[in-house]
Write a protein that binds this ligand. Structure first.
Ligand SMILES: Nc1ncnc2c1ncn2[C@@H]1O[C@H](COP(=O)(O)OP(=O)(O)O)[C@@H](O)[C@H]1O
Ligand SMILES: CC(=O)N[C@@H](CCC(=O)OP(=O)(O)O)C(=O)O
Length: 298
């Protein structure tokens, strides 16, 4: 008699079959940032998940941040990190630090992927003219070299995917004068997902998902249609970094990305759990005609 433990394993693999079929050769953009980047074990788990997606035939692209690491280095040189509406005030020195730190983080991620036997190429938004931007103002205020993405040239990503590399992107771009700009990583992930017509965009965040009441973790919302997400923003149910994150989710859906998800990057393997099971973790943002699964089935 075969041990039940092994039968359960086989069952788990079979359960994943429809999801593997659905996403075969499809592009999945994973935004990786926040605290999940600071913990080495979590980082290794996230990278293993993405490598697994790649090896079973998905086409993942990682877009990463590293805001906390940038702040650490800004502090190290005796400066004080400053944010306005979730965006880093970026003077020339901060710009230099941000680019250096993100490039370092980028190569660490490339190394992790390569060590698992998958070929990765780390690039910034400057490479191949991927992210062209102009200065972004915050409510009319100049906050330095912060970029608003104007144009995405996805050719470099398409070429890398075509040749079976796993692209890993960090959010620095330039304007038409070739001045460097620091771009919010959520904005970069959203713009890239739209430009490559991703099937799915996943934000690995520092929180479970979107709460109806931002101070009450018992109010996690599993699924949101675009108009409901807009209402949460306009009626003040979401605040802080969740406002631009949710707005990016709405934009991605409106620009044709099929599924957008906010997941808790602190939960080990949250990415795999979301893609391969119907356990419904985090918050899914759905097109208006997208059927809600959990309301209807649970
Ligand atoms: N309704 C809400 N639901 C969830 N998070 C919220 C809500 N309103 C405000 N937030 C805040 O938004 C934060 C997530 O945005 P952000 O810090 O930019 O994420 P990350 O750094 O992971 O990209 C949460 O940690 C939380 O403090
Ligand atoms: C303009 C701006 O704020 N850029 C971000 C870029 C990194 C980022 O977004 O990192 P997380 O995703 O880890 O927050 C910053 O300097 O922190």
């Amino acid at each position: 008699m075969v041990n039940q433990k092994y039968l359960d394993k086989a069952e788990t693999l079979i359960e994943a079959l429809p999801y593997i079929q659905r996403f075969n050769r499809k592009i999945v953009v994973v935004k990786y940032g926040g605290s999940a980047m600071l913990d080495e074990e979590l980082k290794a788990n996230v990278i293993k998940d993405v490598v697994l997606l790649k090896l079973i035939g998905f086409k993942p692209i990682i877009v990463h941040g590293g805001g906390k690491e940038i702040s650490r280095w800004v502090n190290k040189v005796g400066m004080e990190p400053r944010f306005i509406n979730g965006l880093r005030v970026t003077d020339k020195d901060t710009m230099e630090i941000a680019e250096m730190v993100l490039a370092k983080v980028n190569k660490e991620l490339v190394t992790l992927v390569e060590s698992l036997g998958v070929q990765a190429v780390g690039i910034s938004g400057k490479d191949g003219g991927l992210l062209q931007c102009h200065k972004k103002l915050s409510n009319g205020e100049d906050i330095g070299y912060v970029g608003d993405i104007e144009k995405v040239n996805p050719k470099v990503l398409q070429d890398l995917l075509e040749r079976d590399f796993l692209p890993i992107v960090f959010p620095i771009g330039y304007d038409t004068n070739f001045d460097s700009y620091n771009i919010n990583a959520d904005d970069a992930a959203c713009a890239i997902a739209e430009a490559v017509h991703a099937e799915k965009l996943v934000f690995l965040s520092d929180i479970e998902g979107v709460y109806k009441d931002k101070d009450d973790p018992n109010t996690l919302i599993s699924e949101l249609h675009v108009h409901e997400a807009e209402k949460l923003i306009s009626e003040g149910y979401v605040g802080g970094g969740m406002i631009p994150k949710l707005q990016n989710c709405i934009d991605a859906i409106e620009e044709g990305v099929n599924r957008v998800h906010i997941l808790d990057g602190r939960i080990p393997h949250s990415l795999l759990l979301e893609i391969f099971t119907n356990k419904g973790i985090g918050t899914a943002i759905l097109r208006e005609d997208g059927e809600k699964y959990y309301d209807e089935h649970e």
